[in-house]
Design a protein around this ligand. Structure first.
Ligand SMILES: *Cc1c(COP(=O)(O)O)cnc(C)c1O
Length: 423
């Protein structure tokens, strides 16, 4: 029965490119015959690879160094795990269908490794980099503490301020990268990706539009599909989903760019290791299930908290009043996601009391995992920002950010109601 017409037909149907993402993630990138038939890939914990001949070793090096190009379908031999290894390649192949518009991916050992490698690969001394504010604290630190001394010029634009973003894209000299984090953390302010792409396209020296898609992607927001060049992810968050590993992913539809990023990754040694690649790989088929359920939980909880007398303001896409923000949300996001922020009446003391009182939700930074987490952004995740920037971004002393997990939403709601009572 091994190769009956029927099983061959079924296999061919399985390989049709038209399969949907949830199917492709379970059928692409891995051939059980290469791992003694095991349904799950083996973990290839090897630092180096045996060449089939000295000639193929030379060929593999020429391709790795960019001196020759691989022929289509050519099986280029592996060299050494800092360059690439089977588990990274399987993972990269399986991530692609999950991010609409992507044709290739590259994996890193953290989100910051992904962001750092993108910026180091694209920028040179004198390059301009526009970024939205607030931006992830590590990205802010990288830009201002590390890249400014090397002659890179960051230009900050408030998230959601379309006019300023378009003006900055028009006017910044030697602009190489437009780095958009949307929705912004922790107030979930949206930036219009398509408008940034249009403005970038009007320059002769078109900059690369990079979107940090950690908060809603790849399930609810598809930047590559609306013209962005690159998506970066902290895979530590939703992609991994269990708060048990660090990882980073870059997706794009530009194979030449992926080769450049892989080249930088080979030098920095920040590839995701085989065990972590295998772990992350096993999380991908449940990504959409988890994100949908977490988002649904968050929607139920925020709906019940919106009118609470101790909640001064709730930041969640379902409650956007600003018409321009609503337009952006509707144009580029499918669902509101599982992160929301509460501005609690009573400032920092009330926010701290709330955090101390939580019974189920843990007081920790990070987000996207199956367990609910809460933190005080002004003193933790947003503490890279100046007082002025905090005010501008709406990060007040009374603000608490919550990442909703997979617990029963009714228990979580009870947790928040009891903690609010204590403030
Ligand atoms: C966590 C996070 C990062 C950094 O990712 P690490 O995996 O912690 O290095 C970058 N951007 C956003 C939006 C994040 O939430």
């Amino acid at each position: 029965m091994r190769d009956s017409d029927e099983s061959r037909r079924v296999r061919e149907v399985g390989r049709r490119t038209g399969d949907r993402p949830e199917t492709q993630v379970l059928t692409r990138g891995y051939d059980p015959r290469l791992s003694v038939g095991s349904v799950r890939p083996a973990v290839f914990r090897s630092s180096t690879y045996v060449f089939s001949s000295p000639e193929s070793a030379g060929r593999a090096f020429s391709i790795a160094l960019g001196k020759q190009r691989a022929a289509s379908g050519e099986d280029v031999e592996l060299i050494y795990s800092r360059l690439s290894h089977p588990n990274a390649e399987i993972l990269e192949d399986q991530i692609v269908p999950l991010d609409r518009g992507a044709t290739c991916a590259v994996v890193f050992n953290s989100g910051m490794a992904a962001i750092g490698t993108v910026l180091l690969s694209l920028c040179r001394p004198g390059s301009g980099v526009i970024h939205t504010v607030p931006v992830y604290g590590g990205t802010h630190h990288l830009l201002y503490e590390m890249l400014v001394p090397w002659g890179i010029n960051p230009v900050a634009v408030p998230a959601g301020d379309g006019d300023s973003l378009e003006r900055a894209i028009r006017e910044t000299s030697n602009l190489r990268v437009v780095f958009i984090e949307t929705p912004a953390n922790p107030t979930l302010r949206m930036t219009d990706i398509a408008a940034a792409v249009n403005a970038a396209g009007e320059r002769e020296d078109r900059p690369v539009v990079v979107v940090d898609n950690t908060f809603l992607g790849p399930v609810f927001q598809h930047p590559l599909d609306i013209g962005a060049d690159v998506c970066v992810y902290s895979a530590t968050k939703y992609l991994a989903g269990f708060s048990d590993m660090l990882g980073g992913v870059v997706t794009t539809h530009d194979p030449a760019l992926i080769e450049r990023l892989k080249g930088t990754r080979a030098l920095l040694g920040n590839i995701l290791q085989p065990d972590e690649s295998w772990l992350l790989d096993s999380r991908l088929p449940t990504l959409s299930l988890r994100m949908n359920h977490q988002s649904w939980n968050a929607a139920k909880i925020t709906e019940a908290l919106a009118d609470h007398p101790k909640v001064e303001h709730i930041y969640y896409p379902m409650f956007i009043d600003d018409p321009d923000q609503r337009r952006i949300y509707e144009a580029q996001c499918d669902y509101p996601g599982a992160v929301f922020s509460l501005e609690i009446v009573g400032g920092k003391k009330a926010a701290f009391d709330f955090l101390r009182r939580l019974r189920i939700t843990k007081n920790a930074v990070s987000l996207g995992g199956m367990e609910s987490l809460a933190c005080h952004p002004a003193t933790t995740t947003a503490s890279e920002m100046s007082d002025e920037e905090l005010v501008g971004a709406g990060v007040t002393e009374g603000l608490v950010r919550i990442s909703v997990g997979l617990e029963d939403w009714r228990d979580l709601l009870q947790d928040y109601l009891e903690a609010l009572d204590a403030t």
